[in-house]
Design a protein around this ligand. Sequence first.
Ligand SMILES: Nc1nc2c(ncn2[C@@H]2O[C@H](COP(=O)(O)OP(=O)(O)OP(=O)(O)O)[C@@H](O)[C@H]2O)c(=O)[nH]1
Length: 578
Amino acid sequence: MVAGWIPGTHRWWRLLVLGLLLFLPWRAMPQSAGQLEAAWTAARPGDTPAGVLAAFDRGELHAFDPASMTRILDPGQAAWVVLRPLPSPLAEERALTIEPPPLTPVTLYERGESPRRLALDDFDAPLHGHGRLAWRIPAEAAPSAPILLRFEADAAGTAPLRFELRPWSDYLRADASWLMFSSACFAVMLAMAAFALCLALMLRDATFAWYAGYVFCYGAIQGIHTGYVFHPMEWAWLAGTAQLAAPSAALLSLAFAAVFVARFCDLQRFAPALHAATLALALGAPPLVLMRSSHVDALIAPARALHYPMLLIGAVLLLCAGVVAAVRGSRSARYFLLGFTPLLALTVLDSAQANGALPGMDWLDDAALAAGAVQAIVLSLGLADRALAMRHDTDVVRELADVDALTRVLNRRALGENLQAAMACHGEPIALLFLDLDCFKTLNDSLGHQAGDAALAAVAAALSHELRPQDLLGRHGGEEFLAVLRGAELPQAIHVATRLCRRVHRLEIPVDGRQQLLTVSIGVTMRRSDDTVETLIERADHAMYRAKLEGRNRVRVDEKLVCRARERTAVRSVREES
Ligand SMILES: Nc1nc2c(ncn2[C@@H]2O[C@H](COP(=O)(O)OP(=O)(O)OP(=O)(O)O)[C@@H](O)[C@H]2O)c(=O)[nH]1
């Protein structure tokens, strides 16, 4: 049922869905979480690590499950987290990880060790993790000694986090596997954006450029949130900008997506009421980016407050526009919905998690990355489909412009252009046949104009059938046709003309009630080096006129050609005699 709904009903979409389904169980598998006891508290001025640990021992901190997604940082609030591994007989090297990596620095305090500060955009730390913050806990550290973390305040707060303490070898495996997965997703997004940009330039269609902007911004959001742009990309020039760059990329992606959807789904035609709203959304997003980066508190605060409502309203609006356009017949809108719906569903789940729901869904961030790649592929296929449709439309328009509507052969202009192009190839013999149907007025007068039209169409079809694919046949006007035989010498041209003459007669189209059949008179000429299109046609026309004068239904050759041929024969025989 779904297959019938999806454009083209190709097998590729099944592969995409299968890929996504394979990804989810893999990511949902328990990642060998270590046994940890955890609690957190908001940081107050004057707090000391020893004081926080003492409060933890007294049970005064908020206990939470570190393996579940937990929101511990409110906007503008620093926090402490204490993690205590449950007693273990093994003293092995371990890794402590925080996932997803928070945008603010985090400091690790261990008994007897100097504090170790890590940040997403920290390029000096020997270990930072990929897609997470990671600290190496040496084997010498007491296996169940509490670990204290301090999170610096973030004006926007931080998304829910999960904590893991696992053997070092497990961590290395998980890290390599995430790197492979995320690199593949980013590579797909980048490749699709580049593909769309190439199409935008080649087809001169801005829709593809808007799409490229959207995918690029989406990739940037994911790159910043997962820390991929910092590690492994090592883009140091982005250091310190994550808090501004991520929301800016989110708003710009919305703006690009809105313009893209308006054009791609042809909202003006399929959902005019939503077209203006979608464009207003696209215009509304960039000012919020400017306000947020203005360094003026009075502008930053409202921009922050409007950020999530804008994204939410925008996503719902685009979904509605896509649904309406798809229901009303937009093929592109179906591609859009196919790629966009999983992303929207993940965004809703993500928002629910940020508000304390679904703590067990620790795979949402990775799923958003995979959904971005899947969406990029689906929409690129949609764009390719659009490019094919555009090409088909262009072919149809060209055909309509070049072909005579009644006879389906080339019209006068197109034939002239094609003949001109053929004549540009010097040295190649070109024969031109001028065909004029005989007594056509009589046919019209006796049988009516409609019968005349049908006769013209039948003659054109018969003539086309008799000619080679490389020959040209066009309607010169009224009941006159021109045939251009490329590479044909005069004897061949006369032979073809005679064949055409007989063919029209064999059609047995009555001209009037006295059993007279439709015939054609044909003039034949050959291209000369000094010919233009006009002079060539004029000589063929003269030859055809002679055929008419000599009784119709016959072929006559251009007199000048015949004279020249006679002259050449005479010169040759004089030479031979001498
Ligand atoms: N049905 C139809 N008739 C057309 C069309 N174009 C031109 N004609 C007719 O073709 C006829 C041409 O008439 P003439 O130029 O006198 O030539 P003819 O009757 O064929 O006589 P000869 O050429 O001397 O054999 C005119 O009656 C035109 O109206 C067309 O598209 N459809």
